[in-house]
Design a protein around this ligand. Structure first.
Ligand SMILES: [Zn+2]
Length: 114
């Protein structure tokens, strides 16, 4: 049973819940996480005689984030692309695990069962 502050002893968790929480703790303690959506955009570099001035532009990767109702974009340099993609993936992994834990407690609330 939950204590007055809502804490739950591990002994009261199902094996599945403990497993999910362990995975979440592992991601958060060992991985970098970053929230945002990766977007490829074509941009012109501004040099008048570059091929991009006539053509489609250079492909650039941006991380688009919304925060406090504002949208911002961060340019992702080529040599940062692999790690930023991994950070975004790890963020989603952590979020999915947290959602799995939350789902357990939605059900406890719905069924008034601790
Ligand atoms: Zn150019």
């Amino acid at each position: 049973m939950a204590d007055a502050k809502g804490g739950i002893p591990r002994s009261k968790m199902t094996a599945a819940e403990r497993r999910t929480r362990s995975q979440l703790a592992q991601v958060l303690s060992q991985r970098a996480v970053i929230r945002g959506t990766l977007l490829v955009r074509k941009r012109k570099c501004g040099k008048a005689n570059c091929r991009c001035a006539r053509g489609q532009g250079h492909q650039s990767l941006f991380l688009v984030i919304s925060e406090n109702g504002r949208t911002r974009q961060f340019f992702v340099p080529k040599d940062w692309e692999a790690r930023v993609r991994q950070w975004v993936a790890d963020y989603h992994h952590a979020r999915d695990l947290l959602e799995d834990v939350s789902r357990i407690y939605w059900n406890k609330l719905r069924h008034r069962r601790d």
